[in-house]
Design a protein around this ligand. Structure first.
Ligand code: GAP
Length: 530
């Protein structure tokens, strides 16, 4: 099957209730999307898994949840007021506005991210590029600040201007002292935060890939400035294979190379800390079912780097529209802490017990990941069209599956079956996100569950009533659906294989728990009936 396009994915997400165009009844609103019932469940699972892996299961990282609107000085100190800009092209005739680097990349297949306005102007003129809407010339480029402005308080003037945060990172610097003192952190350590961010993108596109409102999951990882070259955790990921594409390889027009971190370090292709975080992040994705062959790690070229970055690597994903940034991992040095010290006049240094000196820690790595781009990765890698079943199957990792168990009465016109199915649903819903579905043929319901990424189907049939309060009803029924355990058992169906096992209701919760946590193979969880 051909690779699914991003447009196909948007259509699928809308049809199944994962994501809708924002305010569609008014024609939509470019760059804004609304998550539907299944989408919000999947997104919450992604965020919960991220938090568990990066914060709750580590002793060296603590979390915060800062406000979206913050003191405007924060954005002056961070450099966003001055430098968080894209270069915009405006048509001299129809006034169509587009982002210059994307336009040039599309037309000339060259990467001009980070180029100065004059360089962009000269590339446009040299290559005689025209407005794609009306064919006219462009005006000279304009710088465009991506921060959304708002006004705080009843008076709207210069003094009330504030910004919606364009990244979650800054409060981890502004609140640095409070966090470190409360958590009694010792270097190296990290601070994590996730939440909404806003960027007034000139040309939002590719569905959830480039939005104006999105969510981020970020870590600022601090080290002692004199211990910035050694990562104490490197052995945890030393044998992870990554697809490396450093700046030199790009400059020489070479292809990316797959190799173990161990070998990349020997060749001095990458620093220990960047290797550690890139491997850790790719492992997070692949542990949750994403496909390793769709990832590569690419170093930023000199001109691409943000104003604060000494070195940046992206974890890239092979989207249907090419290899693109999924997660940026920048070495921000002590840029931010120093800037906030300068602008606030407060001391943000910490006391180093070992050297008995005050130091300003360095952010050796800032793993910064978009929730919405992660959502796309998991959707693309889970999506399959199954010819035999003749429907889409969304093979999401059970921990991400929006619905863990679909509960189905085999028939909906037998009150005893419906009653039992309701009982099973009530039993399971306390612990697992379940969906009761009693309408349509059982085949149709299985197909619906496949498309929604429901991990398990639990069917209540005539045999389930055996030895229950409905012996008389059971005897009246023919034929038997499964000639197997006739003792209050149900059928569990695995979305990945369509295999079915028979399992006692008493064992259901424990079995589902183990299957979700991959502590048990499906075939071993009960008696295989199909
Ligand atoms: N604090 C660092 C920072 O903000 P970034 O590379 O600008 O770095 C980090 O953004 C991540 O946020 C990206 O790798 C991407 O996953 C996500 N992201 C950035 N802009 C986005 C947008 N307009 N729409 C959706 N996700 C976006």
């Amino acid at each position: 099957m051909d690779k699914l396009s991003i447009e196909d994915m948007a259509v699928f997400c809308k049809r199944k209730g994962f994501v809708y165009p924002n305010s569609e009844i008014y024609g939509g609103f470019s760059g804004f999307w609304d998550y539907g019932h299944l989408g919000v469940e999947l997104k919450n699972n992604i965020k919960n898994e991220w938090w568990k892996y990066h914060v709750q299961s580590r002793e060296d990282i603590v979390g915060i949840d800062g406000s979206i609107i913050t003191h405007p000085k924060v954005w002056e100190a961070s450099g966003h007021v001055e430098s968080f800009r894209d270069i915009m092209l405006a048509c001299s005739k129809c006034r169509e506005k587009i982002r210059a680097d994307h336009f040039i990349e599309e037309k000339l297949k060259i990467n001009v991210e980070g180029h100065k306005a004059e360089e962009i102007n000269s590339i446009i003129k040299k290559n005689k590029l025209k407005c794609q809407k009306c064919g006219s010339d462009f005006d000279d480029t304009e710088q465009f600040n991506l921060m959304f402005k708002t006004s705080v308080g009843p008076k709207e003037d210069k003094s009330s201007v504030a910004y919606l945060r364009p990244e979650t990172a800054q409060l981890m610097f502004a609140d640095f002292k409070l966090i470190v003192d409360n958590a009694r952190l010792k270097l190296p350590f990290g601070i994590a935060q996730m939440g909404r961010a806003f960027r007034n993108e000139i040309s939002p596109r590719d569905f959830l890939f480039r939005c104006r409102e999105f969510e981020m999951m970020e870590i600022e990882y601090f080290v002692h400035p004199e211990k910035a070259d050694k990562c104490p955790f490197i052995n945890e990921i030393i044998d992870t294979e990554l697809n490396f594409y450093n700046a030199e390889m790009q400059e020489k027009n070479e292809e990316p190379k797959k190799m173990k971190v161990r070998d990349a370090l020997k060749k001095k292709l990458i620093s220990e800390w960047h290797a550690y975080w890139l491997a850790t992040e790719q492992n997070w994705f692949t542990n949750l079912g994403a496909k390793a062959e769709n990832f590569r790690v690419r170093q930023h070229l000199k001109e691409e780097k943000s104003h604060y970055a000494l070195d940046t690597w992206d974890l890239e994903y092979n989207f249907p529209f090419g290899w693109k940034e999924l997660q940026g991992i920048a070495n921000r040095t002590d840029f931010d802490l120093k800037q906030h010290m300068k602008f606030s006049g407060k001391d943000l240094s910490i006391f180093d017990e070992e050297t008995k000196k005050k130091i300003i820690p360095h952010v050796i790595a800032e793993p910064s990941l978009g929730v919405d781009r992660s959502f796309l990765v998991f959707m693309f890698d889970a999506y399959e069209y199954d010819n035999k079943r003749d429907n889409v199957v969304l093979k999401l990792h059970p921990k991400l599956a929006p619905i863990k168990v679909g509960v189905f009465p085999l028939v909906s016109n037998k009150p005893e079956i419906v009653k039992k199915a309701r009982e099973v649903y009530d039993l399971l819903k306390i612990e697992f996100n379940c969906k009761y579905d009693g309408s349509g043929s059982i085949g149709r319901r299985y197909a619906r569950a496949d498309e929604e990424g429901t991990f398990l189907g639990c069917t209540i049939d005539f045999d389930t009533l055996e030895n229950s309060d409905n012996q008389n009803f059971r005897r009246a029924q023919k034929p038997l659906v499964f000639d197997t355990l006739k003792d209050k058992s149900v059928t569990l169906r695995d979305i990945n294989t369509t295999k079915q096992i028979r399992i006692k209701i008493d064992d259901l919760k424990e079995t589902i728990r183990k299957l979700i946590n991959n502590e048990m193979k499906f075939e071993e969880a009960g008696k295989l009936v199909k």
